[in-house]
Design a protein around this ligand. Structure first.
Ligand SMILES: Nc1ncnc2c1ncn2[C@@H]1O[C@H](COP(=O)(O)OP(=O)(O)O)[C@@H](O)[C@H]1O
Ligand SMILES: [Mg+2]
Length: 543
């Protein structure tokens, strides 16, 4: 190296932080994220109010929603947000839990780093502990069959406990169970739940308790003409991606008419065309028409006269659901419709929901299509209800798919911590410390549950440890009385996937953050070097 000659390898303005400083900053950012959701954990956790740049408000208790709305900037913090997103997509519940565990792991790691334990050793210990923890969950779990409704309901209720929706948890748990049960498929002795078959429709107004399960599809539209029937039984449904309208010219056109009778002819012609469209639909046997496009007044009149129930301007996603549920093919040229394109349902009817009318398509050809009509007084309530129901649906589905459950309320976490401590002694060596710290990190769950319930966390943890030392594997915190009790008896149970996935993604994220000892960040303004590059490559692809 030439003495005194600095060599620049990074762009001017690039921020670089290495070694312990980089790690410390990353860990702190990640812990900050974890702390931000901590107070929302459990039945006695608080809600968060999030206000975005447009002033829109979200009130929620849902970990992943809080983090998504927070719009975090720091790269390590973003990794924590990913933890909750992963948990959300694989399990649908336990998003706060996963982030709290990840935060705990990093907090403990920081302590070890300060004692000069190398991050690689910590990572190794954490990975071993994670495997052991998942093994423990399997070992202490209890098998459950698809017909054990009472237990499946308990799991849905446990998930709903921590939400404002808990006021109606019995009913919502029942709805979640029925919905999942009716779409679940048995393949090679294993259950499989396709969430595309469960439609969740929000309608503001009414009480949370008015939320209902509908055996079919809900279209948030009313019939287009008052003369149409309110109910069509034995429905033959035409799904159209075509307007029942005469196409108007795209630009201003003048029509010069010399003879007044021409106007008459002109209008008659239009009317005829519309009548022909309706006749065509009628001729193939349809008594319900649902179109993505518009329906002209005159066509509405003819449809109504033909006793056909019609709905217009339906969302594409709803059309796809209808097609799947009723067995209809979506037709884009009315001229070409045939009776084989029609779908069937036992009943199509207009139902008044709150102030509005909706169309319910029930008893569909494919029975594996259900809808949940979510009700609540205000928009914020309905939104949070939707999130809560989605969680409990996933919980029931996970329980069916996994076929096993474990105790909640910090019980499983406490048992894992208890067993990890003896596992650590058995392993000994360099990883022992890290495995012990992993146990401490897992105990963040009962600790947070206790804190949020206004209980003394140290006192609770000591009592909890004592019970687990006695072999009371399912003892956790009764957050309402502060007693340490059998969570299975109390009905606080969870599918094993919640805990296993939370541990897995938290460990992965913690290890990933611990492996980083260098953060090199280019200034965001200098990222303008990208467009010309892509521009030149597109140029070259043109010739
Ligand atoms: N009745 C209860 N008593 C004690 N703990 C409970 C009860 N109901 C739910 N929990 C616990 O609350 C935690 C879930 O809280 P929640 O706010 O839903 O977070 P997450 O986003 O992780 O699902 C779980 O640890 C669960 O076992
Ligand atoms: Mg939850």
């Amino acid at each position: 190296m030439i003495a005194g000659q600095p060599i620049f390898i990074l762009k001017e303005g690039t921020k670089r932080e290495s070694g312990k400083d980089a790690m410390k900053e990353n860990i702190e950012a990640a812990i900050a994220i974890s702390n931000s959701v901590r107070s929302s954990l459990g039945p006695r956790g608080m809600d968060k109010m999030l206000v975005d740049s447009l002033g829109d408000i979200v009130i929620t208790n849902d970990g992943v929603t809080i983090l998504k709305e927070m719009d975090v900037e720091h790269p390590a913090a973003k990794m924590m947000v990913e933890v909750s997103k992963t948990q959300d997509s694989f399990v649908g519940d336990g998003t706060t839990t996963a982030v709290i565990i990840a935060g705990g792991l990093l907090q403990q790691a920081q302590g070890l780093i300060n004692q000069n334990v190398h991050p690689t050793v910590i990572s190794e210990g954490y990975r071993m502990a994670s495997e052991e923890a998942k093994r423990v969950i399997d070992e202490i779990s209890t098998k459950i069959g698809a017909d054990e409704k009472a237990l499946l309901l308990k799991m849905a209720q446990t998930s709903l406990n921590s939400k404002s929706a808990s006021v109606a948890k019995d009913k919502l748990a029942e709805i979640s169970y029925e919905a999942v049960k009716s779409v679940a498929e048995l393949r090679d002795g294993k259950y499989y739940v396709d969430f595309d078959n469960i439609q969740v429709v929000k309608k503001q107004g009414g009480a949370i308790d008015d939320t209902q399960l509908i055996n079919g599809i809900i279209v948030d539209k009313e019939k287009v003409h008052p003369g149409m029937p309110d109910v069509v039984k034995d429905a033959k449904i035409a799904l159209l991606d075509a307007p029942l309208e005469i196409k108007k010219p795209e630009f201003d056109t003048n029509l010069r008419i010399e003879d007044p009778s021409m106007i008459q002819k002109f209008l008659a012609q239009e009317e005829n065309m519309l009548r022909e469209m309706v006749d065509k639909i009628k001729s193939v046997g349809a008594n319900v028409v649902i179109t993505q496009k518009g329906i002209d007044d005159m066509a509405q009149h003819y449809l109504s006269r033909a006793g056909i129930y019609a709905v217009r301007r339906v969302k594409k996603s709803d059309m796809d659901k209808l097609a799947k549920a009723t067995g209809a093919s979506i037709v884009s040229t009315i001229d070409e419709i045939s009776s084989s394109d029609l779908g069937t349902a036992e009943r199509v009817e207009q139902v008044k929901v709150g102030e509005d009318y909706m169309t319910f398509v029930t008893g569909c050809k494919n029975p594996k299509a259900v809808s949940i009509l979510v009700r609540g007084e205000t928009e914020h309530v309905v939104d949070e209800m939707e999130r809560s129901i989605t969680d409990s649906l996933h919980v029931v589905a996970s329980a069916l798919e996994d076929g096993a459950y474990a105790a909640g309320g910090g019980a499983t976490a406490a048992e894992i911590a208890f067993r990890l401590r003896s596992y650590a002694q058995k392993i000994g060596g360099r990883q022992q410390l890290a495995i012990e710290k992993f146990a401490d990190a897992i105990e963040e769950i009962p600790r947070a549950l206790a804190e949020n319930a206004g209980l003394d966390p140290i006192d609770i943890l000591l009592k909890l440890r004592a019970e687990h030392a006695k072999g009371n594997k399912t003892y956790g915190i009764n957050v309402f009385t502060g007693e340490i009790e059998d969570m299975v008896k109390n009905g606080v149970i969870e599918p094993i996937r919640v805990g296993k996935q939370a541990i897995e993604s938290a460990t992965e994220a913690a290890i990933m953050i611990l492996r980083i000892d260098d953060v090199i960040a280019t200034k965001s303004s200098s990222s303008s070097s990208n467009p010309p590059k892509s521009g030149s490559s597109s140029e070259s692809s043109e010739d």
